[in-house]
Design a protein around this ligand. Structure first.
Ligand SMILES: N[C@@H](CCC(=O)N[C@@H](CS)C(=O)NCC(=O)O)C(=O)O
Length: 214
């Protein structure tokens, strides 16, 4: 059986759980041995990254590397389009999530951990998220963007969207969601792998935000 090293709060771990569930794969989940960043965990996973997957002799970290491995090792149901240009667009969406939208969200975490921040700091951070959501809306309008099947490129987004709502709600700094992104989000929520993850993750996110912001 597949083993997933993961933690409750990590959205990259949530991304990988959505992938594994959508593939219908059984997996066992464990927290990192000795805690995140521990030497004991790095003995198993040299990068110390979460998530990490163990499949037989293979120990693999990084959610993108894991996703591509799973797609190749377990091709059914497919989570990449057939057409080359659409496949490239699925990868683009995934990288956009990991390297653009998620870092914009991550900029809000220190503000929450500090129990709040100045109006300027909050505005700057939420403007960053809003700008990325507007870019995502335009990317979704691209006729080559895959929108008729859940792909590897979609798995990271649902939990990131939920984190944005939880944090911006807690900071009382509402985000303007582009209509196209809202529609995309609603479509993602029709997949059981997504709803199962959100049901578990939502109270954890909300609890973390409330523990800092009240
Ligand atoms: N690009 C990585 C990012 C994952 C990531 O940032 N994971 C965090 C937890 S959310 C982590 O492993 N932090 C500990 C570390 O980097 O040593 C991926 O997609 O897996």
């Amino acid at each position: 059986m597949l083993l997933l090293y993961a933690t409750d709060h990590s959205l990259y771990c949530a991304k990988t759980r959505i992938l594994l569930r959508h593939k219908g794969l059984a997996f066992r989940e464990e927290p990192p041995v000795g805690g995140g960043g521990s030497d004991a965990y790095k003995q198993i996973v040299p990068s110390g990254n979460l998530p990490a997957l163990v499949h037989g002799d293979l120990v693999l970290s990084d959610s993108e590397a894991i996703a591509e491995y799973i797609e190749e090792a377990f091709p059914d149901p497919p989570m990449m389009p057939v057409a080359l240009d659409q496949r490239s667009k699925a990868r683009e969406r995934s990288r956009f999530h990991d390297t653009r939208l998620e870092p914009a969200l991550r900029a809000l975490f220190p503000i929450v951990k500090a129990g709040g921040g100045s109006a300027e700091d909050i505005d700057a951070a939420t403007d960053g998220v809003t700008a990325r959501l507007a870019q995502l809306a335009r990317m979704l309008e691209d006729p080559l963007a895959p929108t008729d099947m859940m792909t590897l490129g979609d798995c990271g987004l649902p939990v990131t969207f939920d984190w944005i709502d939880a944090i911006c709600g807690g900071l009382k700094a509402p985000i303007e969601w582009p209509a196209r992104v809202t529609e995309y989000r609603q479509w993602l929520d029709t997949f059981e792998a997504v709803t199962t993850e959100l049901e578990v993750r939502h109270p954890i996110m909300q609890g973390w935000v409330t523990s800092h912001l009240g």
